[in-house]
Design a protein around this ligand. Sequence first.
Ligand SMILES: NC(=O)C1=CN([C@@H]2O[C@H](COP(=O)(O)OP(=O)(O)OC[C@H]3O[C@@H](n4cnc5c(N)ncnc54)[C@H](O)[C@@H]3O)[C@@H](O)[C@H]2O)C=CC1
Ligand SMILES: O=C(O)C(=O)CO
Length: 380
Amino acid sequence: MAKPVSIEVWNPNGKYRVVSTKPMPGTRWINLLIEQDCRVEICTQKKTILSVEDIIALIGDKCDGVIGQLTEDWGETLFAALSRAGGKAFSNMAVGYNNVDVNAANKYGIAVGNTPGVLTETTAELAASLSLAAARRIVEADEFMRAGLYDGWLPNLFVGNLLKGQTVGVIGAGRIGSAYARMMQVILLSKSPDVVFSSILGTYGQFLKANGEQPVTWKRASSMDEVLREADVISLHPVLDKTTYHLINKERLATMKKEAILVNCSRGPVIDEVALVEHLKQNPMFRVGLDVFEDEPYMKPGLSEMKNAIVVPHIASASKWTREGMATLAALNVLGKIKGYPIWGNPNQVEPFLNENAQPPAASPSIVNSKALGLPVSRL
Ligand SMILES: NC(=O)C1=CN([C@@H]2O[C@H](COP(=O)(O)OP(=O)(O)OC[C@H]3O[C@@H](n4cnc5c(N)ncnc54)[C@H](O)[C@@H]3O)[C@@H](O)[C@H]2O)C=CC1
Ligand SMILES: O=C(O)C(=O)CO
């Protein structure tokens, strides 16, 4: 069995043993656990993705809760090991929990936490960045400059797409998808400060109309194909499950506009990446911005050579505030279950847990299987 070699221990005499499979940003999450009598053990092994065997070794004989990562395979084997060690709680440091078999956790009565809300805007901002970078070919142009190829302005140099007035399609209009859509409006609204503060799109539409401009409109599509056919920029934000695996496949790519921009900040397998590479080859004006990959951390053959693809290493939630907040939420999920606290009533409103100047509420911020486990809900 591959034993993790290096562990950092905080508050060695704490009553409850909480393990984090990775160092996480900030120290607030550690302090909050210590204040509540936890011994915190952080695996500092220099290995990006821990195996199931590594994590079993980390759990050991006694473990009250684990904070884990989206790269880990939390299934029957790990929940059985955690249960044997007396564990009651696991939390992903992520909102997505497609790496977790919640039914297996239910079987052992283990609460499963995630970290919604705190990463909504940060992730939406990366999706917007990728949309704009793809439209205006920013990465290609940057490489060109660095290679010393720029020898003067040319009418045809790195001509991209104008986004003004184009249609943005959002597939998976949940927290992040909606924030992405709102942001598009904010970009447009920022021209006129008095309208920025009016969040009502209709008002802005009337303003544009009154100034002789085309009003911004929105509509709910009746099918995915309608979005694919009509949108100039499509941003994917669904959960990954059986219904969204290869949601974007060869046929659907063919439905999209030849010069469309496709952005994926959800999970890699939502796109059939082999089909995507072929589509990028056949349609040089079609562009993608990808934060996630089907075989992450690897890219399917050919993708890295495609000039019309922008690829970044799963950094959509990588702002300091967000990553520290995710660590705090994950730690409080585990702590809350260990201490027998109720579940926070609204996982979309997690601000009270993130206020560094106040004690967090005595509740678990977000437990995805709270109903299945019959856990009480906080009245705070
Ligand atoms: N790249 C990154 O770093 C990040 C990725 N994510 C991913 O984004 C996902 C969404 O996060 P949130 O917006 O917070 O979750 P959410 O639960 O608020 O939104 C997910 C949306 O997907 C929709 N959906 C589910 N099945 C669908 C289908 N078959 N077709 C179309 N839409 C469908 C749901 O109705 C819901 O509106 C997470 O599950 C995670 O996988 C989240 C944060 C950061
Ligand atoms: O939270 C998630 O689901 C992520 O992908 C990490 O930001």
